[in-house]
Ligand binder design. Structure first.
Ligand code: AMP
Ligand code: ZN
Length: 113
C-alpha cells in the first residue's frame, strides 16, 4: 500500500522524477537528491511503512529480498570496492522521509561515519 503524501511513494508511482537505477515488483532504487558520497543510492520497498519496528512478516520478507538484491545493484553502480548501508530510524537518527529506505553509499573511500 502506498501513501499519497509520501515523497518516495510518489517516486514509485512515477508522479515525481527520480534517477531510478533499478526497479522490480518489490523495490525501487534511485539516486539520492543530495548525495553524501560519490555514489549515494536509496533502496525503498514498494510498500509504505515507516520503521523497522512496524514490520510484519510481509515487510520482513521484502526487507530480506532487498538485502539480497543490493550487492549486485551496488556493484553495477560503482560500488565494486565496497559500500555502506544505513537505515535511519526516527528523530535522533535524523530520519526525514518516513518511508523505510536503505542508504547505499560508496564509490570512494568512506570516512568513519
Ligand atoms: P533520511 O534522513 O534517512 O530520512 O534520508 C532521506 C533521504 O532522502 C535524504 O538523503 C534526502 O536527500 C533524500 N531525498 C529526499 N527527497 C528526495 C527525492 N525527491 N529524490 C531523491 N532523494 C530524496
Ligand atoms: Zn511512502
Amino acid at each position: 500500500m502506498l501513501d499519497g503524501k509520501c515523497v518516495f511513494c510518489k517516486i514509485i508511482k512515477g508522479e515525481i522524477p527520480a534517477g531510478i537505477v533499478y526497479e522490480d515488483d518489490k523495490m525501487c532504487v534511485f539516486k539520492d537528491l543530495e548525495p553524501k558520497a560519490k555514489v549515494h543510492l536509496l533502496a525503498v520497498p514498494k510498500t509504505h511503512f515507516k520503521l523497522l519496528a512496524e514490520m510484519g512478516e510481509e515487510e520482513k520478507n521484502i526487507l530480506a529480498y532487498m538485502l539480497g538484491k543490493i550487492p549486485a545493484i551496488a556493484a553495477e553502480n560503482g560500488c565494486g570496492n565496497g559500500y555502506r548501508l544505513i537505515i535511519n530510524q526516527g528523530d535522533d537518527a535524523g530520519q526525514t522521509v518516513f518511508h523505510l529506505h536503505i542508504h547505499i553509499l560508496g564509490g570512494e573511500q568512506l570516512g568513519d561515519l
